[in-house]
Design a protein around this ligand. Structure first.
Ligand code: DP6
Length: 332
Protein backbone atom coordinates (compact mmCIF):
# COMPACT_ATOMS: atom_id res chain seq x y z
CA UNK A 1 0.00 0.00 0.00
CA UNK A 2 1.09 3.60 -0.58
CA UNK A 3 2.05 5.22 2.69
CA UNK A 4 3.98 8.24 3.97
CA UNK A 5 7.15 7.47 5.88
CA UNK A 6 7.72 9.47 9.08
CA UNK A 7 11.34 9.84 10.14
CA UNK A 8 12.52 10.80 13.62
CA UNK A 9 16.05 11.50 14.80
CA UNK A 10 16.04 11.37 18.61
CA UNK A 11 19.22 12.06 20.58
CA UNK A 12 20.61 10.19 23.52
CA UNK A 13 21.15 12.11 26.76
CA UNK A 14 23.68 11.93 29.57
CA UNK A 15 22.37 12.30 33.12
CA UNK A 16 24.28 14.71 35.37
CA UNK A 17 21.90 13.88 38.23
CA UNK A 18 20.91 10.25 37.74
CA UNK A 19 17.51 8.60 37.62
CA UNK A 20 18.14 5.57 39.81
CA UNK A 21 15.44 3.58 41.57
CA UNK A 22 11.70 3.60 40.84
CA UNK A 23 8.80 4.34 43.17
CA UNK A 24 6.47 2.49 40.82
CA UNK A 25 8.01 0.20 38.20
CA UNK A 26 4.78 -0.41 36.24
CA UNK A 27 4.05 3.31 35.87
CA UNK A 28 7.75 4.23 35.62
CA UNK A 29 7.64 6.70 38.50
CA UNK A 30 11.23 7.55 39.51
CA UNK A 31 12.46 7.80 43.09
CA UNK A 32 14.07 11.21 42.44
CA UNK A 33 14.38 14.16 40.09
CA UNK A 34 17.04 13.75 37.41
CA UNK A 35 18.77 16.26 35.15
CA UNK A 36 20.52 15.49 31.87
CA UNK A 37 22.27 17.06 28.95
CA UNK A 38 20.78 16.19 25.59
CA UNK A 39 23.40 14.97 23.12
CA UNK A 40 23.69 15.58 19.38
CA UNK A 41 25.76 12.99 17.52
CA UNK A 42 24.59 9.89 19.42
CA UNK A 43 21.02 9.43 18.20
CA UNK A 44 18.52 6.86 16.97
CA UNK A 45 16.91 7.21 13.54
CA UNK A 46 13.47 5.58 13.38
CA UNK A 47 11.13 5.44 10.38
CA UNK A 48 7.49 4.43 10.67
CA UNK A 49 4.70 4.07 8.13
CA UNK A 50 1.22 2.57 8.20
CA UNK A 51 1.51 -0.84 6.52
CA UNK A 52 -0.45 -3.95 5.60
CA UNK A 53 1.25 -5.99 8.27
CA UNK A 54 3.38 -4.98 11.28
CA UNK A 55 7.18 -5.20 11.23
CA UNK A 56 9.97 -3.90 13.43
CA UNK A 57 13.49 -4.03 12.04
CA UNK A 58 16.28 -2.89 14.30
CA UNK A 59 19.62 -2.53 12.49
CA UNK A 60 21.69 -3.41 15.54
CA UNK A 61 19.06 -5.48 17.31
CA UNK A 62 19.52 -2.73 19.87
CA UNK A 63 15.90 -2.19 20.84
CA UNK A 64 14.73 -5.76 21.35
CA UNK A 65 11.85 -6.60 23.61
CA UNK A 66 11.52 -3.10 25.13
CA UNK A 67 10.40 -1.79 21.73
CA UNK A 68 7.81 -4.51 21.10
CA UNK A 69 6.39 -4.01 24.59
CA UNK A 70 6.28 -0.25 24.20
CA UNK A 71 4.46 -0.43 20.87
CA UNK A 72 1.87 -2.73 22.43
CA UNK A 73 1.52 -0.25 25.31
CA UNK A 74 1.07 2.73 22.95
CA UNK A 75 -1.61 0.88 20.95
CA UNK A 76 -3.56 -0.11 24.04
CA UNK A 77 -3.18 3.30 25.71
CA UNK A 78 -4.03 5.43 22.66
CA UNK A 79 -6.44 3.14 20.81
CA UNK A 80 -4.56 3.11 17.47
CA UNK A 81 -4.70 -0.19 15.65
CA UNK A 82 -3.19 0.39 12.18
CA UNK A 83 -0.18 -1.92 11.69
CA UNK A 84 3.14 -0.09 11.34
CA UNK A 85 6.30 -0.93 9.42
CA UNK A 86 9.16 0.38 11.55
CA UNK A 87 12.89 0.45 10.94
CA UNK A 88 15.39 1.78 13.44
CA UNK A 89 19.14 2.27 13.61
CA UNK A 90 21.61 4.05 15.86
CA UNK A 91 24.24 6.58 14.79
CA UNK A 92 26.70 5.02 17.21
CA UNK A 93 28.33 1.62 16.58
CA UNK A 94 26.47 -1.59 17.39
CA UNK A 95 27.00 -3.05 20.85
CA UNK A 96 29.41 -0.33 21.90
CA UNK A 97 27.89 -0.44 25.33
CA UNK A 98 26.43 3.06 25.40
CA UNK A 99 22.82 3.51 26.38
CA UNK A 100 20.45 3.34 23.46
CA UNK A 101 17.15 2.96 25.27
CA UNK A 102 16.71 6.72 25.84
CA UNK A 103 17.14 7.68 22.18
CA UNK A 104 15.56 4.47 20.90
CA UNK A 105 12.35 4.66 22.92
CA UNK A 106 12.00 8.42 22.37
CA UNK A 107 12.34 7.96 18.60
CA UNK A 108 9.95 5.03 18.55
CA UNK A 109 7.27 6.92 20.49
CA UNK A 110 7.39 9.97 18.22
CA UNK A 111 7.64 8.02 14.94
CA UNK A 112 4.79 5.62 15.75
CA UNK A 113 2.43 8.42 16.81
CA UNK A 114 3.40 10.53 13.78
CA UNK A 115 2.57 7.59 11.50
CA UNK A 116 -0.76 6.91 13.23
CA UNK A 117 -1.83 10.57 13.21
CA UNK A 118 -0.25 11.51 9.84
CA UNK A 119 1.66 14.39 11.49
CA UNK A 120 4.85 15.58 9.81
CA UNK A 121 6.04 18.09 12.42
CA UNK A 122 5.89 18.65 16.18
CA UNK A 123 3.31 21.41 15.55
CA UNK A 124 1.07 18.97 13.71
CA UNK A 125 1.52 16.43 16.48
CA UNK A 126 0.38 19.06 19.00
CA UNK A 127 -2.69 19.85 16.89
CA UNK A 128 -3.46 16.11 16.87
CA UNK A 129 -3.38 16.18 20.69
CA UNK A 130 0.22 15.11 21.22
CA UNK A 131 2.10 18.01 22.78
CA UNK A 132 5.77 17.48 23.52
CA UNK A 133 4.87 17.09 27.21
CA UNK A 134 2.45 14.29 26.38
CA UNK A 135 5.00 12.60 24.10
CA UNK A 136 7.58 12.76 26.90
CA UNK A 137 5.08 11.22 29.28
CA UNK A 138 4.43 8.36 26.86
CA UNK A 139 8.14 7.83 26.06
CA UNK A 140 8.81 7.55 29.80
CA UNK A 141 6.68 4.43 29.95
CA UNK A 142 9.03 2.73 27.43
CA UNK A 143 12.21 3.74 29.26
CA UNK A 144 12.43 6.34 32.00
CA UNK A 145 15.44 8.20 30.63
CA UNK A 146 13.72 8.50 27.20
CA UNK A 147 11.42 11.28 28.45
CA UNK A 148 14.40 13.63 28.77
CA UNK A 149 15.35 13.05 25.10
CA UNK A 150 12.21 14.91 23.93
CA UNK A 151 13.90 18.25 24.63
CA UNK A 152 17.22 19.92 23.81
CA UNK A 153 19.73 21.45 26.21
CA UNK A 154 19.68 20.73 29.94
CA UNK A 155 16.53 18.88 30.92
CA UNK A 156 14.96 18.02 34.26
CA UNK A 157 12.49 15.20 34.90
CA UNK A 158 10.45 16.00 38.01
CA UNK A 159 9.63 12.99 40.17
CA UNK A 160 6.57 14.44 41.89
CA UNK A 161 4.63 15.53 38.77
CA UNK A 162 6.36 13.44 36.05
CA UNK A 163 6.77 16.71 34.13
CA UNK A 164 9.86 17.22 32.03
CA UNK A 165 11.18 20.77 31.65
CA UNK A 166 14.08 22.56 29.99
CA UNK A 167 16.32 24.00 32.70
CA UNK A 168 18.56 25.80 30.19
CA UNK A 169 18.60 25.85 26.37
CA UNK A 170 21.52 24.23 24.49
CA UNK A 171 23.03 27.55 23.43
CA UNK A 172 23.40 28.67 27.04
CA UNK A 173 26.53 26.49 27.32
CA UNK A 174 28.04 24.12 24.78
CA UNK A 175 29.71 21.31 26.66
CA UNK A 176 31.38 18.27 25.14
CA UNK A 177 30.72 14.69 26.17
CA UNK A 178 33.61 12.45 25.12
CA UNK A 179 32.27 8.93 25.52
CA UNK A 180 35.19 6.64 26.30
CA UNK A 181 34.13 3.12 25.33
CA UNK A 182 36.32 0.82 27.40
CA UNK A 183 34.26 -2.34 26.99
CA UNK A 184 31.35 -3.51 24.88
CA UNK A 185 30.65 -6.71 26.84
CA UNK A 186 26.93 -7.25 27.60
CA UNK A 187 25.75 -6.29 31.09
CA UNK A 188 25.49 -9.09 33.67
CA UNK A 189 22.52 -7.34 35.34
CA UNK A 190 20.17 -5.28 33.14
CA UNK A 191 19.69 -1.70 34.30
CA UNK A 192 15.95 -2.32 34.67
CA UNK A 193 16.63 -5.18 37.15
CA UNK A 194 19.27 -3.14 38.93
CA UNK A 195 16.83 -0.21 39.42
CA UNK A 196 14.70 -2.57 41.53
CA UNK A 197 17.72 -3.51 43.65
CA UNK A 198 18.32 0.08 44.77
CA UNK A 199 15.79 -0.01 47.62
CA UNK A 200 17.70 -2.81 49.38
CA UNK A 201 20.88 -0.72 49.58
CA UNK A 202 21.48 0.97 52.96
CA UNK A 203 22.99 3.84 50.97
CA UNK A 204 19.80 4.59 49.05
CA UNK A 205 17.83 6.48 51.72
CA UNK A 206 20.73 8.83 52.54
CA UNK A 207 21.23 9.35 48.80
CA UNK A 208 17.61 10.41 48.32
CA UNK A 209 17.85 12.74 51.31
CA UNK A 210 20.93 14.50 49.90
CA UNK A 211 19.87 14.76 46.28
CA UNK A 212 17.88 18.03 46.38
CA UNK A 213 21.03 19.83 47.53
CA UNK A 214 23.18 18.26 44.80
CA UNK A 215 20.55 19.05 42.17
CA UNK A 216 20.64 22.70 43.29
CA UNK A 217 24.47 22.66 43.00
CA UNK A 218 24.30 21.27 39.47
CA UNK A 219 21.63 23.75 38.40
CA UNK A 220 23.61 26.63 39.92
CA UNK A 221 26.85 25.54 38.22
CA UNK A 222 25.05 25.30 34.87
CA UNK A 223 23.56 28.78 35.26
CA UNK A 224 26.99 30.22 36.11
CA UNK A 225 28.84 28.05 33.55
CA UNK A 226 31.15 26.96 36.37
CA UNK A 227 32.74 23.76 35.07
CA UNK A 228 34.78 22.91 38.17
CA UNK A 229 31.69 23.18 40.41
CA UNK A 230 29.63 21.16 37.94
CA UNK A 231 32.40 18.57 37.60
CA UNK A 232 32.80 18.04 41.35
CA UNK A 233 29.05 17.52 41.77
CA UNK A 234 28.62 15.09 38.84
CA UNK A 235 31.57 12.92 39.86
CA UNK A 236 30.22 12.51 43.40
CA UNK A 237 26.79 11.84 41.89
CA UNK A 238 28.04 9.06 39.59
CA UNK A 239 30.14 7.47 42.33
CA UNK A 240 27.20 7.54 44.75
CA UNK A 241 24.87 5.91 42.23
CA UNK A 242 27.43 3.16 41.61
CA UNK A 243 27.85 2.62 45.36
CA UNK A 244 24.06 2.12 45.57
CA UNK A 245 24.18 -0.28 42.62
CA UNK A 246 27.01 -2.32 44.16
CA UNK A 247 25.29 -2.55 47.54
CA UNK A 248 21.78 -3.26 46.20
CA UNK A 249 19.92 -6.56 45.92
CA UNK A 250 20.54 -7.82 43.25
CA UNK A 251 23.92 -6.10 43.41
CA UNK A 252 25.09 -4.70 40.10
CA UNK A 253 28.75 -4.08 39.49
CA UNK A 254 29.28 -2.07 36.33
CA UNK A 255 32.78 -0.81 37.10
CA UNK A 256 35.61 -2.81 35.55
CA UNK A 257 39.34 -2.67 36.28
CA UNK A 258 39.74 -0.40 33.25
CA UNK A 259 37.03 1.95 34.54
CA UNK A 260 38.96 2.38 37.80
CA UNK A 261 42.26 2.75 35.99
CA UNK A 262 40.74 5.43 33.77
CA UNK A 263 39.33 7.41 36.71
CA UNK A 264 42.70 7.35 38.52
CA UNK A 265 44.45 8.58 35.37
CA UNK A 266 41.89 11.34 34.82
CA UNK A 267 42.09 12.65 38.36
CA UNK A 268 45.89 12.65 38.25
CA UNK A 269 45.93 14.54 34.94
CA UNK A 270 43.48 17.06 36.33
CA UNK A 271 45.43 17.49 39.57
CA UNK A 272 48.56 18.13 37.54
CA UNK A 273 46.69 20.83 35.60
CA UNK A 274 46.96 19.00 32.26
CA UNK A 275 43.26 18.72 31.49
CA UNK A 276 39.95 20.15 32.65
CA UNK A 277 37.46 17.30 32.27
CA UNK A 278 35.19 15.57 34.75
CA UNK A 279 33.56 12.14 34.54
CA UNK A 280 30.12 10.67 34.83
CA UNK A 281 29.20 7.00 34.32
CA UNK A 282 25.85 5.34 33.58
CA UNK A 283 24.90 1.69 34.08
CA UNK A 284 27.97 0.34 32.34
CA UNK A 285 31.77 0.41 32.44
CA UNK A 286 32.21 3.29 30.00
CA UNK A 287 33.11 6.83 30.99
CA UNK A 288 31.55 10.08 29.81
CA UNK A 289 34.06 12.94 30.00
CA UNK A 290 32.41 16.33 30.34
CA UNK A 291 34.49 19.33 29.29
CA UNK A 292 34.26 22.68 27.49
CA UNK A 293 33.51 22.13 23.78
CA UNK A 294 36.67 24.04 22.88
CA UNK A 295 38.83 21.58 24.89
CA UNK A 296 37.33 18.42 23.40
CA UNK A 297 39.98 18.01 20.70
CA UNK A 298 43.06 18.09 22.92
CA UNK A 299 41.42 16.06 25.68
CA UNK A 300 40.41 13.36 23.17
CA UNK A 301 44.00 13.21 21.93
CA UNK A 302 45.31 12.80 25.49
CA UNK A 303 42.82 9.95 26.11
CA UNK A 304 43.77 8.23 22.84
CA UNK A 305 47.42 8.38 23.78
CA UNK A 306 46.93 6.97 27.28
CA UNK A 307 44.20 4.44 26.36
CA UNK A 308 44.83 3.30 22.77
CA UNK A 309 42.42 0.39 23.22
CA UNK A 310 39.45 2.70 23.98
CA UNK A 311 36.98 3.82 21.30
CA UNK A 312 35.88 7.46 21.53
CA UNK A 313 32.55 8.96 20.55
CA UNK A 314 32.73 12.73 20.57
CA UNK A 315 29.44 14.39 21.36
CA UNK A 316 28.14 17.73 22.65
CA UNK A 317 25.02 19.57 23.85
CA UNK A 318 22.19 19.08 21.35
CA UNK A 319 18.87 20.58 20.32
CA UNK A 320 16.49 17.65 20.75
CA UNK A 321 14.60 15.41 18.33
CA UNK A 322 13.49 16.20 14.78
CA UNK A 323 10.57 14.84 12.78
CA UNK A 324 9.98 14.97 9.04
CA UNK A 325 7.99 13.15 6.40
CA UNK A 326 9.75 11.41 3.52
CA UNK A 327 8.26 10.71 0.10
CA UNK A 328 5.34 8.32 -0.12
CA UNK A 329 6.50 4.71 -0.45
CA UNK A 330 4.97 1.41 -1.28
CA UNK A 331 4.93 -0.16 2.20
CA UNK A 332 3.87 -3.75 2.82
C1 DP6 B 1 21.98 5.00 34.88
O1 DP6 B 1 16.03 4.67 31.62
O2 DP6 B 1 17.59 2.73 31.12
O3 DP6 B 1 21.27 5.77 32.74
O4 DP6 B 1 13.37 3.08 32.86
O5 DP6 B 1 14.15 0.75 33.26
O6 DP6 B 1 14.34 1.75 30.97
P1 DP6 B 1 14.35 2.00 32.47
O7 DP6 B 1 15.80 2.49 32.86
P2 DP6 B 1 16.77 3.48 32.12
O8 DP6 B 1 17.72 3.91 33.34
C2 DP6 B 1 18.72 4.87 33.15
C3 DP6 B 1 19.63 4.87 34.28
C4 DP6 B 1 20.88 5.69 34.10
C5 DP6 B 1 20.71 7.10 34.69
C6 DP6 B 1 19.92 8.09 33.88
O9 DP6 B 1 19.92 8.05 32.63
O10 DP6 B 1 19.30 8.95 34.52
Amino acid sequence: MLSRVHEVLAPSNIALIKYWGKRDAALQIPANDSLSMTLATAFTCTRAAVAESPSLTSAHGALGSKAERHLAFLKAELGFDAPLAITTKNSFPAACGIASSASGLAALTIAAIAAWTGASSFDELAVAGFSRARLANLARRGSGSACRSLYGGYVQWHADTQDVSVTLPPDHWQLADIIVVLSDAPKAVSSTDAHAGAWASPLFAPRLAGLPERLAQVRGALVKRDLAALGDAIEIEALEMHAVMMSGQPAANYFTASTSRFLCWLREERRAGRLAAWFTIDAGPNVHLICEAADSEHISKAVELAFPEARLIRDHTGHGPTLRTLATEDVR
